[in-house]
Design a protein around this ligand. Sequence first.
Ligand SMILES: [Zn+2]
Length: 120
Amino acid sequence: MHELSLAGGIVQLVEDAAARERFRRVQVLRLEAGALSGVEVRALRFALESIVPGTCLAEARIEIDEPPAQAWCLGCNQSVPILSRLDPCPECGGARLQPTGGTELRVVDLLVDDEPATQP
Ligand SMILES: [Zn+2]
């Protein structure tokens, strides 16, 4: 399942950051799954929730934004918002669009519990 491997990659990335920056718990994890990323957000959330127990993300609130994608229209020479690769240009109705953004899944923000690792 595609989303499960994506979720694994995200958890690994956060765990790496936790080791590097010495935090133990994440309060909020905010992700962005672009409209063209092909990510099924509900499946991703389910996958994340199934694998976070035991990690620094165990108690984190997970927010997943789905911003519209951007494409460059070769017909009217401007950047336009699209929701799928099959969308025509909303301005001129043309089909010659090159996606320029919204194609990836990425970690936008990480709010960590920054209580020092060693307390008296
Ligand atoms: Zn256009």
